[in-house]
Design a protein around this ligand. Structure first.
Ligand SMILES: O=C(CO)COP(=O)(O)O
Length: 241
């Protein structure tokens, strides 16, 4: 269960959210990871409960060097950050990150020992023109080409049309794509990877719609944006079945 703050929050309000999470009664079988803006990673790592993971929202594919503005997975490790979100649709769209670039960042982060939440998902026009599975296949295949060990990868299916729109995918729509992802992993990686890889859903998840989604057999958790800025995140965590 992951909480993506995106470029939201400042020191004090973030601390209030962390305090609320620290005090929350969270189901013990749910792994919770929060992803604050990079500048607050250290603050959040120092103040959040140790059983909660902290994730960056992006990282580069090199150890160090002349890459102004970038952060390496090695630097994340240095301050105790174990996770990174890669391939978010906002990175793909706004910052023009290609499938290949994202895949190389996934490979580099894993090599360094930083676990990855790899985001994939189709845009509205792609869904409407029947290309959803083609897009998912293309994005997955790019990653599969670069990595062989999937044990530290979580896949986040985030249909772009559902992100920040309030237009959540129905449980059936999300389940259909999650099942496809699992089938693709089975046929193209291995049965074991297909069974063990967590596939989480993101896109307008909130305290009211999470329970229906969580019941689906191939939905293993959520990547939450807007609702992650509210105390209702605790409800979403506890919707896990
Ligand atoms: O992009 C998302 C999480 O990474 C989803 O955002 P929303 O929950 O605001 O739709």
């Amino acid at each position: 269960m992951a909480r993506n703050f995106k470029m939201n929050g400042t020191k004090l309000p973030l601390q209030t959210l962390i305090n609320n999470l620290n005090a929350g009664q969270l189901k013990s079988n749910v792994e919770v990871v929060i992803a604050p803006p990079a500048i607050y990673l250290d603050q959040v790592r120092q103040s959040v409960r140790k059983d909660i993971g902290v994730s960056a929202q992006n990282a580069f594919n090199a150890t160090s060097g002349a890459y102004t503005g970038e952060i390496s997975p090695e630097q994340l490790k240095d301050i105790g950050i174990d996770w990174v979100i890669l391939g978010h649709s906002e990175r793909r769209e706004i910052f023009k990150e290609s499938d290949e670039f994202i895949a190389s960042k996934v490979a580099h982060a894993l090599k360094v020992g930083v676990k990855v939440i790899a985001c994939i998902g189709e845009k509205l026009e792609e869904r409407e023109s029947g290309k959803t599975f083609d897009v998912i296949t293309r994005q997955l295949a790019a990653i599969a080409k670069e990595i062989s060990d999937w044990s530290n990868v979580v896949i986040a299916y985030e249909p772009v049309w559902a992100i920040g729109t309030g237009k959540v995918a129905t449980p059936e729509q999300a389940q259909e794509v999650h099942a496809y992802i699992r089938k693709w992993l089975k046929e193209n990686v291995s049965e074991q990877v297909a069974e063990n890889t967590r596939i989480i859903y993101g896109g307008s998840v909130n305290g009211a719609n999470c329970a229906g989604l969580a019941k689906q057999p191939d939905i293993d958790g959520f990547l939450v944006g807007g609702a992650s800025l509210k105390p209702e995140f605790v409800t979403i965590v506890n919707s896990h079945v």
